[in-house]
Design a binder for this molecule. Structure first.
Ligand code: MEV
Length: 422
């Protein structure tokens, strides 16, 4: 049966009515959708206000990464991820650099950029100067849009204007640079850009179109570094193999993409656990990795005088503590309490450290025993569950599969049958 996606008035229905409608339209029993209705630790009325047309929630496991020392303080890191080995990777990497003090972090500040696009300007370069001349008024217009932010010490920081060469000729792009303090700041800077646009059109005689933040938050860069001593990481051969892994990622975009994906395994898990916008952070990170014109590693790895492995990371980190899902999602609030972060900058710095830890662990595994050994333990348990295993059967059969080196559903089914004496 073909699905008809035209459901008028869907948004006006209750959550339960929407579930029934979806079941009817998709031609599946409504009982299959019952699982959506159990909203777990996110109350359904909150979920229903968070997004449109909500029909339920989908839990993702939260694991705690232990062993992290960030700027001299021990921190527990809540990570929300559907992927096995991600939490264990951070625990291991963090344990191996505890002796050398853990992670040292810093941040450029909490500046976000919003862009205003101006076209139909026959004299784009003089339009650029005309906009720059209005700096004081631009500051006033931006700051008037958010008096609370000004009280908190944030607000307008700078204005930059670029003339870009588009397929349709020159465009004048204004960047307002706003300190959004503890907010991620998307709503704030978008409001300011929308307020400012008519003035830009008036000052230049051009026409404005887009008014929106840039996710290339290159003025909100979180940095972290850490040192792994030879005796803690497994000796010279491991270190040298890891350096080979780094040189590979640094040179080759195919490898750099996967290397950075591993970094984002750590970063996105904390971003999600704290109710922040994973896509904002991800798009910014990947664009930043390509800022030289060639996509490369977000981390840098070196060997210091003592022969230790030294890693560092720089990554845009537009995350907040106020506004958005962070403030209304009860689990995000608890995760922030676990982290003990007092500011968005603190959070961003810790997240950068997690990204670096994740990268260390992935490079170490890949350059030595390979990634599959670590993955297989949990993966095997999932396979046994898929084959119908329950409770202690899962551990018993998973161990058999890993030992035999054949982690497959058909093998799990046979082993389960044997275990049950069938
Ligand atoms: C898997 O999710 C992440 C890795 O592929 C990262 C990497 O290759 O560096 C293991």
């Amino acid at each position: 049966m073909s699905v008809n996606s035209r459901i008028s008035g869907f948004h006006k229905l209750s959550v339960e009515e929407r579930v029934l409608k979806v079941a009817e339209h998709a031609g599946i029993p409504s009982a299959s959708l019952d699982t959506f209705i159990d909203s777990g630790n996110l109350p359904m009325d909150v979920a229903d206000r968070m997004i449109e047309n909500a029909i339920g929630t989908m839990p993702i496991p939260i694991g705690i990464a232990t062993n992290m020392i960030v700027d001299g303080k021990d921190v527990l890191i809540p990570m929300a991820s559907e992927e096995s080995s991600v939490v264990a990777a951070v625990c291991n990497a963090a344990r191996q650099c505890r002796a050398s003090g853990g992670f040292t972090t810093s941040m450029t500040g909490s500046l976000m950029i919003a862009q205003i696009q101006l076209v139909d300007c026959p004299d784009p370069f003089s339009a650029r100067i005309k906009i720059l001349e209005q700096r004081d008024q631009i500051k006033e217009i931006c700051n008037e849009a958010d008096p609370v932010l000004i009280k908190l010490g944030g607000g307008f920081s700078d204005v930059e204007v670029r003339v870009i060469d588009s397929k349709d000729g020159p465009m004048v792009i204004t960047h307002i640079i706003i300190d959004t303090r503890d907010a991620m700041g998307a709503n704030t800077v978008n409001t300011m850009a929308e307020k400012l646009a008519p003035f830009i059109a008036q000052w230049t005689g051009g026409r404005t179109y887009l008014r929106i933040l840039s996710n290339l938050a290159d003025q909100r860069i979180a940095r972290a570094r850490a040192t792994w001593r030879l005796e803690d990481l497994g000796g010279e051969s491991v270190r040298d193999a890891m350096m080979q892994a780094y040189y590979f990622a640094e040179t080759d975009p195919y490898r750099a993409t996967t290397h950075n994906k591993g970094i984002m395994n750590g970063i996105s898990a904390v971003v999600l656990a704290t109710g922040n916008d994973t896509r904002a952070v991800e798009s910014g990170a990947h664009a930043y990795a390509a800022r030289s014109g060639r996509y490369t590693s977000l981390t840098t790895w070196e060997v210091d005088k003592e022969g230790s492995l030294v890693g560092s990371i720089e990554v845009p980190m537009p995350v907040g503590l106020v506004g958005g899902a962070t403030k209304i999602h009860p689990v995000a609030q608890t995760n922030l309490e676990i982290l003990g972060t007092k500011s968005a900058t603190d959070l961003a710095r810790t997240i950068a450290a997690v990204g670096l830890a994740q990268n260390f662990a992935a490079m170490r595994a890949l350059a030595t025993e390979g990634i599959q050994k670590g993955h297989m333990g949990l993966h095997a348990k999932n396979i046994v569950a898929m084959a119908g295993g329950i409770k202690e059967e899962i551990d018993i059969v998973a161990e058999i599969l890993v030992k035999a080196g054949t982690v497959r559903v058909d093998v799990a089914e046979k082993e389960l049958a044997k275990l049950r004496g069938q």
